[in-house]
Design a protein around this ligand. Sequence first.
Ligand code: ASP
Ligand code: MG
Length: 414
Amino acid sequence: MTKVLKFGGASIQDVGSIKNVVSIIQSFKNQKLVVVFSAIANVTNMLEKVVYEFVKQDSNPLVTLNQIKELHHNILIDLFEKEHIIFDTVNNLFLEIEWVLEEEYNNEYSYNYDQIVSVGELLSTNILSAYLELNDFSNNLLDARDVFKTDNQYQSAKINWELTDKCIKEKIKDFPVVTQGFIGCTSENFTTTLGREGSDFTAAVLANILNAEKVIIWKDVEGVLNADPRFFSETQLIKQLSFTDAIELAYYGAKVIHPKTIQPLKEKKIPLHVRSFKDVNKSGTIINSEINNNKKPSYIVKENQVLISISDLDLSFIIEEHLSYIFMLLSKFNITINLMQNSAVSFSICVDNHNHKIPLLIEELSKKFSVYYNMDLNLYTIRYYDDESISKVISDKKIFLEQKSRNTVQFITS
Ligand code: ASP
Ligand code: MG
């Protein structure tokens, strides 16, 4: 039965880590394997910077692009002989970005974003596929855009399941397969992306359609932890999680799994195994359909949040009509609410600080309402909270907003 392996950027950041990944993949030799890669570490962020500089036109995007080229080139010269065809392949991929940058900016931010940022995954998969070949691991490099058919909602494209199902079944016959996470293609053949960190979702969709035996996501942590080690000194590995708890944790911002990932796996009861690429002997976390009796607190932090409070200009009640207008704007800018709260005179939302969309949203809202906002906040979520876990989180912080339900408590703090 098919296994889907997914490697994120942190696992492929330099020659040493790439060799490690290759040896992990080789340990699955002779199995029906689909290997999904995201871009090399930090490349997506750097490509985002290129897009931003291109759009803003206040600095030269080619400077950043050259840094990305150099990063890839340094890896290539260590992995391949000078004559290897991969050098041409990589150059041609960079040319595609240069062509976009040569055009006048057409005001279609998200479209340009997808054409440029998707190249990160094309680069990494071409390099990894070639290097696997060089190490006697022959494989079929599949362009994910040939099978992941999406709508044209650039930057967060939704896949067309029916078409994608058909294409995957048609095109994936010979294993092992190497392919890109995160990217897809519209019916007009334009490249799309599925949303930041979308490669996990790609792996889950492939597993669902291929009826895979399991998905293994390889991370730089031991597995799913009960807290983010960047914020909490003591963390514990969660050995087993139910699909539902995994969805909840991911939804509140647990970085290990992308929120959309679990649903396609849950549907077909395909276990998701989260393992460490740094220590392959560790058993990691298994997410499967079994009920989870472990109700210990889990802590999740979302950084870089904006709290926007919207009230009527004359401080009258926020009525339904206003709410529907606000939601219409959020949907127009494709902004997800992380938390919302209503009071007599105002409606507050907490959202990720997306440097392009949020100023536009605030500008639009300000035409009709009085709008206050605070930037640089953190959203803390404790799932299965108790008194002790709450005091651990809020003891030294200023609280802007608090919300409690039976299993979950959330705080917006500075
Ligand atoms: N490379 C993309 C990102 O960093 C997709 C992914 O890593 O899953 O967002
Ligand atoms: Mg990544």
